[in-house]
Design a protein around this ligand. Structure first.
Ligand code: 2RA
Length: 349
C-alpha cells in the first residue's frame, strides 16, 4: 500500500500550495490526512480532487501516518514534530525549529539529496525560502568552481510573512494609489499608510525595509544568519564566509537575491552560464539587451530559480555577480517539502 501522508498546517498559505502540488504531481500517496489547530478543524479542503475534512492536531491523529509535512510556526513544530516522530512518523518540517540541529538533515534534493537518509530523530528540515532560491543557483557553481564566500542582498516578498503580509501590502498600496506626491517628501508615505504596518516594522508600499525576521546579536537579523548558517550546512562548507543584508520589498510573491560569489578558481560568465544551463531546478534568464531579467512577476507560480545578470566581478577574476529570483511559497517552502516527502516515500517502496 502507498504510504499515508499527513499535512500539518494545511490551512496556511504554504499548506495551500502543498495541497495544490499534491494534486498536480504524480501521486505517490495512499491516504492524505489534513491536520491543524482546533480553530481550523472541520474545514473542508480540496486535494487530489477529493474534499478532505481538516482534523484537529492530536497525538492520535498521527496513528497510521508514515510521513508528515509540517508548515507551522517554529514553536508548534518544536512541540509536535517529536510527538509525531515518537509515533513512527517521518517528519519533514518547514519551520526553522530543527534546521541547525546536528542530528537533523537540512535537505534541498537537487543539492544534497543523500543527506535525507541520515535522520536519527526521524525529522528532516526544509530550508529557509530565501536560502532556497539562492542555493539552487550557487550549488552548481560551487561544484564547478569551489565556493569560498558569498555577499548577498535579498529583496523579499511580502508573502514571506504569510497572508497577513500580502494583505498588508495590498491595503497600503490602495492607500497610496493615486496620490503622486507620495514618496517625494519626507514622511508623507508614512502619513498616507498610517499605523497599519501588519507584520512589518515600517511601511512597505513605495518603500523598502532593510529587515526580515527577529533581532540577533551584533545587529544581525535572524534571516541574515539563516542565509549564512543554512548555506554552510546544505553545501557542507562550515568555513564559508557569508555576509547577507535582508530587505523586504513591495512584491507579493517571489524572493530575489543579488549575489556576489567568490570561488577558489577563476570563473567567467560563459563558464558559469554553461554550469547553470545543465543544473536541475534552474532556468537562465540573462539577456539585459532584450529586457530579460529574473523577476518575481515572472517567477511567481513556477518551480525553478530564475538566474540572470551573470557577470565576472570587475576586480576579482575569481568572483561572479548575479541575480536570482524564486517563488518563496513554492520551491521556497511547499515544493521542496513535498520533494523531500517523496524521497522518503520512495524509500518505503
Ligand atoms: C520571510 N523567509 O520571508 C522568511 C520566512 N518565510 O519572511
Amino acid at each position: 500500500a502507498q504510504p499515508t501522508l499527513a499535512v500539518v498546517g494545511a490551512t496556511g498559505s504554504v499548506g495551500t500550495v502543498m495541497l495544490e502540488l499534491l494534486s498536480s504531481r504524480r501521486n505517490v500517496w495512499g491516504e492524505i490526512r489534513l491536520l491543524a489547530t482546533a480553530r481550523s478543524a472541520g474545514k473542508e479542503l480540496s486535494c487530489r480532487g477529493e474534499q478532505l475534512t481538516v482534523r484537529e492536531l492530536t497525538p492520535e491523529a498521527f496513528d497510521g501516518v508514515d510521513v508528515a509535512m509540517f508548515d507551522v510556526p517554529d514553536d508548534v513544530s518544536r512541540e509536535w514534530a517529536p510527538i509525531a516522530a515518537a509515533r513512527g512518523v517521518t517528519v519533514v518540517d518547514n519551520s526553522a525549529a530543527f534546521r541547525m540541529d546536528a542530528d537533523v538533515p537540512l535537505v534541498v534534493p537537487e543539492v544534497n539529496k543523500e543527506a535525507v537518509r541520515d535522520r536519527p530523530r526521524n525529522i528532516v528540515s526544509n530550508a529557509n525560502c530565501t536560502v532556497m532560491a539562492m542555493i539552487m543557483a550557487i550549488a552548481p557553481l560551487h561544484r564547478e568552481y569551489g565556493l569560498r564566500e558569498l555577499v548577498l542582498a535579498s529583496y523579499q516578498a511580502a508573502s514571506g510573512a504569510g497572508q497577513i503580509g500580502v494583505d498588508t501590502l495590498h491595503d497600503q498600496l490602495s492607500k497610496v494609489a493615486g496620490d503622486r506626491s507620495l514618496g517625494s517628501r519626507p514622511g508623507n508615505v508614512r502619513q498616507a499608510v498610517g499605523d497599519d504596518l501588519g507584520p512589518f516594522p515600517a511601511p512597505l508600499a513605495l518603500n523598502v525595509v532593510p529587515w526580515s525576521g527577529v533581532q540577533e546579536p551584533l545587529g544581525w537579523s535572524s534571516e541574515e544568519l539563516k542565509l549564512r548558517n543554512e548555506s554552510r550546512k546544505i553545501l557542507g562548507l562550515p568555513a564559508l564566509k557569508v555576509s547577507a543584508t535582508c530587505v523586504r520589498v513591495p512584491v507579493v510573491t517571489g524572493h530575489s537575491i543579488a549575489v556576489h560569489a567568490v570561488f577558489g578558481s577563476e570563473v567567467d560568465a560563459d563558464g558559469a552560464r554553461q554550469a547553470l544551463r545543465g543544473a536541475p531546478g534552474v532556468i537562465l534568464v540573462d539577456d539585459p539587451e532584450a529586457g530579460e531579467f529574473p523577476m518575481p512577476i515572472d517567477a511567481v507560480g513556477t518551480d525553478p530559480s530564475w538566474v540572470g545578470r551573470i557577470r565576472r566581478a570587475m576586480d576579482d577574476p575569481r568572483a561572479l555577480d548575479l541575480f536570482v529570483t524564486g517563488d518563496n511559497m513554492r520551491k521556497g517552502a511547499a515544493l521542496n517539502t513535498v520533494q523531500i516527502a517523496e524521497l522518503i516515500a520512495a524509500e518505503m517502496k
